[in-house]
Design a protein around this ligand. Sequence first.
Ligand SMILES: [Zn+2]
Length: 319
Amino acid sequence: MRRLIIIIAAVFLATVLIPAVLYLRCGKYEKPVPEKEDTISVYIKAEDRVCEMSKSQYLKEVVSAEMPASFEKEALKAQAVAARSYLEARRDAYKVSGTPDVHKGAEICTDSTHCKAWIAESERRSLWGADADKNWEKISQAVDETADEILSYDGEVISAVFHSTSSGKTESSKDVWGGERPYLVSVDSPGDKVSPKFKSSKEISLEEFKKIARENIDGVDFSKELVGETLRSDAGGILTVSVGGVKIKGTKLRSIYGLRSTNVAINIQNDMVSFDVTGYGHGVGMSQYGANYLASEGKSYDEILKTYYTGVEIAKTGM
Ligand SMILES: [Zn+2]
């Protein structure tokens, strides 16, 4: 009798309780159709847990977090292929190096500063409100219609990085991160000039400017100079700039002053410092607003991708 109860309990656990708990913990589980591949493990940073989910569901949630659903369908499709390529490139790299500690064993994470932005479907739907069904359908189509498609260069899946808005010209990966990648070179992106995120500015007091510099840069000395020699990339982003006599990278300037990009003009007048910023994001790879502009001009998603990622081909995963 006791044995029977144990067996019944085990069956209940395996068939009802565990799937129910998984469902509650990980949200809606969709079968990976038509995406060929099964599941991936995702570290959800905000909740500090690893979740197994279908790859297509993960990609739909990434696209819905990365791009407004109001964007052109072809731009959303380009975003889906870029996000899938980025995911696969990370998975390939981690097969060799092992996953980073911050992933807690997962293949990808939801920290937009480490991997890519992500939002759970349920949360996204509630933010959309009345348009939820229509928007989710549009994003699902963008992922499903490009199922299994990735970008390859020289037979290898590429790290298809992207950003919101460039300065009218994208940055090369070499200028921003130092690693030369032939498919991540500077290209023209004329549509960015009509992006609502093309220009921004920030103003702080000179005292605040100096305080932030002293807290973040070793050895600054403002008796010599405030801001000195500035070196820029072809696209206009600051490569290096001298602040209080110390040369720092443009990426550091961006991060310590909380600017939208490294493409900055610094003006100091009286006791105020103003930063006039062009573009939004690191500027490398596909510009999302630029992609939407090209789509509105009638370009297809593969033409958009080949505009931003030089010399790539569209391939299928596992081929
Ligand atoms: Zn990550």
